[in-house]
Write a protein that binds this ligand. Structure first.
Ligand SMILES: Nc1ncnc2c1ncn2[C@@H]1O[C@H](COP(=O)(O)OP(=O)(O)OP(=O)(O)O)[C@@H](O)[C@H]1O
Length: 512
């Protein structure tokens, strides 16, 4: 078996591994009987709900046996026969949660006297094939230089064996140059795939997402340059396997876990949730799509500097952060307006009596952000919402509402607190000079430059600042604008993502 070495297994002799207990509501029985795991006797039942295993001693069920299992079908990966002529044993492959919320592949090898191993394995495989949302054909894109440059190696070692075991076919493509994923997204025919798996960081996901969405809009005749056009939603769900530097989206969509095997098993589990995207436009011109956040100011400067220091590897982020702490942050003037969720449609166009476009009536729900003519340091619209829980902070990408964060001169301590908040730490009280506008679904930034300044009559440092006013931060990358004005709109419930609701946010209704 190709996965050997990468798998965990339940050792019947030592009784390690599984710890789940069987529930009473097990569904209708498909197949049940006595099986052996080494010297232990077990009762195995395949029901319409899943697989239950009970250790039995002297005809009695052992209550707290580490071999007891109660697995829904979505957590059973497959079954296979082995031994002489494939007839003497069968193994059940499944996924199991660890205490640290990671998912791990486990297997339980059993022998059976009454029912042929092949019959058990066939019945399990049949049920696995019917798991709702489990993909059969995946498109995998790998950034071989993302993070510490081990994406490809990691994929083939920890992820590919899981997909193979689950019977998912894969088409694997490695990017060969910067922005290659964007090109692939725009040109590749994705017909027949039921999952797009991005092995890299947030930047790779942003590129494949944008490329694919652009392809879809062009095919549907959507005018990308018109911000008010309704975008066509993708039907194929996405998944990120962490192989980048920060891997924010992976963590937020995986219950605070950044782990390749967990992400792969989540794909096999088949659970998806809708996430939002942000469309970004200069006046009359499409700039791009964000899957995480778009902003101006300090974050842009930080990312641009880190990008210029890419040769330093992952340590560029630490160095960039230190540099940001000691240097004075760029301040700039801008007009900022924002839209809030649940308010009337931002722009309602009502055609005039004669159908002439001149008499369009435009109602807007835009709110002017007012900071008494003070300069800004940064502002970011995110596709997720920051939830303040009693013990921690949770970033919720499945909230279908965004947040607008405005920085008007936060201290270094404030930045540290802000960063800790994204790591899930509880922050007591507000962070001075950081404002959160909850439920923001749109923002307009218009940077105001001093007309008396030109690149010729200012210092080199100021000229660089003026140049940076033309840059945006998009999902960990920097994007240059032609002008100084940009509009970003959140499109809720837009892209399906393999993952799970953060455990702190689970309710009986959304429990998974
Ligand atoms: N083969 C390649 N050669 C050069 N650049 C590449 C290649 N493949 C992808 N890139 C570029 O790498 C950049 C970053 O990718 P990615 O997001 O995967 O990693 P990261 O920046 O390390 O992680 P994160 O975004 O999570 O911080 C993107 O701008 C992408 O265009």
């Amino acid at each position: 078996m190709e996965t050997e070495g990468a798998v965990g297994s339940i050792d019947a002799e030592e009784g390690k591994g599984a710890s789940a207990t069987a529930s009473d509501d097990s569904g209708d029985v498909i197949l049940s009987g006595s099986v052996q795991a080494g010297k232990k006797s077990l009762l195995l039942a395949l029901t319409t709900n899943g697989v239950t295993v009970h250790e039995v001693q002297a005809g009695e069920k052992v209550k707290d046996s580490s071999l007891n299992l109660d697995l829904p079908w979505c957590e059973v990966i497959t079954a296979e026969t082995s031994g002489e002529g494939g007839k003497s044993k069968f193994s059940i492959h499944f996924m199991q949660y660890q205490k640290d919320r990671k998912l791990r592949h486990k297997s339980l090898t059993l022998t059976s006297q009454d029912i042929e191993p092949r019959k058990w394995a066939d019945a399990i495989q049949t049920q696995c094939q019917q798991v709702s949302g489990r993909p059969k054909n995946l498109f995998v894109i790998i950034n071989p230089i993302g993070g510490n440059g081990k994406g490809s190696q990691m994929y083939h070692k920890s992820v590919a064996p899981m997909f193979k075991l689950a019977g998912c076919q894969t088409t694997v493509v490695e990017t060969e140059k910067s922005k290659h994923a964007l090109e692939i997204g725009e040109t590749r025919d994705f017909t027949g795939f039921d999952g797009i798996i991005s092995v890299g960081g947030d930047g790779l996901y942003q590129e494949i997402l944008q490329g694919y969405l652009v392809q879809l809009q062009k095919a549907a005749g959507v005018n990308l340059n018109d911000i008010d056009e309704e975008f066509v939603k993708p039907k194929i769900p996405f998944c990120l396997i962490p192989a980048g530097s920060s891997n924010g989206i992976v963590r937020y969509t995986n219950d605070n876990v950044r782990d390749a095997e967990t992400s792969a098993l989540r794909v096999i589990r088949g659970e998806t949730h809708p996430t939002s995207i942000i469309t970004i436009h200069e006046p009359g011109k499409f700039i791009g799509i964000s899957g995480l956040a778009v902003g101006v100011g300090a974050m842009t400067d930080f990312m641009k500097r880190c990008d210029e220091l890419r040769w330093m590897g992952k340590s560029r982020y630490g160095y960039g952060m230190l540099r940001m702490f000691v240097k004075k942050k760029r301040r700039f003037r801008m007009q900022m307006e924002y839209l809030l969720d649940g308010e009337p449609s931002p722009i309602v166009k009502t055609e005039g009596a004669q159908g002439d476009t001149e008499s369009l009536e435009i109602k807007t729900g835009w709110h002017q952000h007012d900071i008494d003519d003070k300069p800004y340091v940064g502002a970011t619209l995110s596709t997720f919402s920051v939830k303040d829980m009693p013990e921690c902070t949770v970033i919720d990408p499945f909230s279908c509402s965004g947040d607008l964060m405005v920085d008007t001169g936060c201290s270094n301590m404030g930045i540290i607190k802000y960063a800790l908040m994204f790591e899930g730490k509880k922050i007591n009280g507000p962070i001075p000079n950081i404002e959160f506008i909850k439920g923001a679904v749109g923002v307009r930034f218009k940077v105001i430059q001093d007309p008396s300044e030109t690149d010729e009559n200012v210092s080199q440092a100021r000229a660089r600042e003026r140049e940076m006013e033309h840059y945006l931060y998009v999902d960990g990358e920097v994007v240059q604008m032609e002008g100084l004005e940009v509009e970003a709109r959140l499109k809720n419930d837009f892209v399906s993502m393999f993952g799970c609701i953060a455990s702190q946010l689970r309710t009986p209704q959304n429990a998974s």
